[in-house]
Design a protein around this ligand. Structure first.
Ligand SMILES: C[S@@+](CC[C@H](N)C(=O)[O-])C[C@H]1O[C@@H](n2cnc3c(N)ncnc32)[C@H](O)[C@@H]1O
Ligand SMILES: [Mg+2]
Length: 302
């Protein structure tokens, strides 16, 4: 069973492992310490640091649910028992949330039924997320967090790559990974904070099952996203703390699509998402990506 799991994930993981050899890790220590210092604010829905992320669940939960159901339907993998799927559309769906922070998205996905494994590079964030997850017994059993980099999870799942790792029992997130990989991998508002986005996307893809879907959200790199995400949000309105974002690290949708293709995924079209700081509402669509977007990519069945 363990061996079967490792072999199934092997091919994509070996690509992530190869990229890992070229660059040390996806972790940018300055970024991690920035988020660690804010860890006590994760569940303050009115905080400048995380208020907009809380409200972002308005659009990203439906985006993830729709992508997960579309991938499931494309696999011809429609569960026989649909009972409860109306209020729990992600029931029986395994989700890996990479860069899960305080668990704002992870908890919302667990609330609609998903079994969520959250990874974050910051121990403080993992502690904040774990502490909060036990408050609501409805979700407590369906969320689990670990301080772990996604490339390290991919390597653990691949285990047998080059025969270097013995058959020791898997633990933590690796033990929770279903044989063959997760149904859904999400990483929301994280890639703009990592080192080596190519390695990051390859490792995310390596943790997916064949026919599974990766859903990401991030900020594009345009004059308008500079004006909105950095000048207005950081300097003018104080919506997020100054220094939250580094414009040069933003990826345009075509660039992120390219990284997904390189990682062996089939990307969908980007979906624009937008935040209105006056109403506190997020919206989807609108044709053109101006500031932020969601992008999903499916792992081929073969
Ligand atoms: C803007 S927060 C987003 C948190 C969460 N995804 C959400 O939307 O509520 C970015 C998170 O990514 C984490 N992070 C940054 N770089 C990372 C990396 N290379 N690997 C894992 N987590 C990382 C940070 O510690 C932080 O918790
Ligand atoms: Mg960000």
């Amino acid at each position: 069973m363990l061996r079967a799991k490792r072999v199934a994930i092997n091919a994509m993981a070996s690509r992530a492992v190869a990229l890992r050899a070229a660059s040390t890790s996806t972790q940018n220590p300055d970024e991690i310490s920035k988020f660690s210092k804010l860890a006590r604010l994760w569940w303050d829905e009115d905080s400048a640091a995380f208020g907009a992320l809380h409200r972002m669940n308005q659009v990203r939960v439906p985006i993830v649910v729709e992508a997960a159901i579309a991938a499931e339907a494309a696999r011809g993998d429609v569960p026989t028992a649909r009972s409860g799927r109306t209020i729990r559309p992600l029931a029986r769906t395994s989700v890996l949330d990479v860069g899960s922070g305080g668990g704002i998205l992870a908890e919302a996905l667990a609330r609609v039924g998903a079994i969520v494994t959250g990874l974050d590079a910051s121990a403080e964030n993992v502690a904040a997320a774990s502490a909060h997850s036990v408050i609501d017994p409805d979700i407590a059993e369906r969320v689990f967090y670990e301080k772990l980099l996604v490339e390290d999870l991919a390597a653990q799942l691949a285990g047998a790559v080059e025969g270097s790792v013995a058959e020791e029992p898997l633990s933590g997130a690796a033990a929770r990974a279903p044989a063959g990989g997760f149904d859904v991998v999400v990483s929301s508002e994280v890639i703009e904070h990592v080192n080596s986005p190519a390695m990051f996307v390859a490792a995310l893809a390596a943790c997916l099952r064949p026919g599974g879907v990766l859903v990401m959200t991030t900020i594009t790199r345009t004059a308008l996203s500079y004006a909105g995400a950095i000048f207005a949000a950081e300097q003018l309105a104080g919506l997020v703390p100054p220094g939250t974002h580094d414009f040069a690290k933003f990826l345009r949708p075509d660039e992120l699509s390219g990284l997904m293709v390189d990682a062996g995924l089939v990307p969908a079209l980007p979906e624009p998402i937008a935040y209105n700081p006056i109403t506190g509402r997020w919206s989807r669509g609108g044709g053109r990506v101006v500031m932020q977007y969601a992008l999903s990519g499916t792992k081929p069945l073969q």
